[in-house]
Design a protein around this ligand. Structure first.
Ligand SMILES: [Zn+2]
Length: 102
């Protein structure tokens, strides 16, 4: 197979920038649970241990805004977190993405 490395790397750099822009957008939101304005972009699909965070990934689009406290709580027990706050995290992530692209 003949790979065009030039155009491939161009596509990657554009995607990487787009992902960064999206994370900025998520960080401009307030916590979905308590409305705290100091939030992290919580990846519903994690980049993974040892994953290269500098590499562009569509997983950046699975982020939701959560403050440090609720971010931690979500990671401890995701299901419990959703039940406790009556929140569907995937639904929220999708709504945020729609709001961003429309
Ligand atoms: Zn919070």
């Amino acid at each position: 197979m003949n790979m065009d490395y030039t155009s491939q790397s161009q596509t990657k750099s554009i995607t990487k920038e787009a992902g960064k822009e999206y994370i900025k957008y998520i960080k401009s939101k307030s916590c979905l649970v308590c409305a705290n304005q100091l939030v992290d972009a919580d990846h519903l699909l994690t980049i993974g241990m040892g994953g290269n965070r500098k590499k562009p990934t569509w997983k950046d689009y699975t982020c939701i805004p959560l403050c440090r406290e609720h971010h931690t709580e979500r990671h401890v027990n995701w299901k419990k977190f959703e039940e406790k706050y009556r929140i569907n995290t995937w639904q929220e992530a999708f709504k945020l993405l729609l709001e961003y692209v429309i």
